[in-house]
Design a protein. Sequence first.
Length: 85
Amino acid sequence: MQPIEIYTSPLCGFCHAAKRLLAAKGTSFTEIDLARQPDRRAEMMQRAKGRRTVPQIFVGETHVGGCDELYALDRAGKLDALLKG
């Protein structure tokens, strides 16, 4: 399995939905809570090519994007292959 990192904030419904999908896929992930670690927002924005919103999801070196993009990959049948590497 590829390492997964997800930048989140605690009140974000899209963050919770993305984490639910990843958990349903049986994956483990590293959550970076920007409310607790606000200094990491600049890191997220650099990695996400300027995107400011959460969640921002990374699978290995691949920037998936946000919750909508994660679910779109799943609907297209491409998420499982990406997670496996």
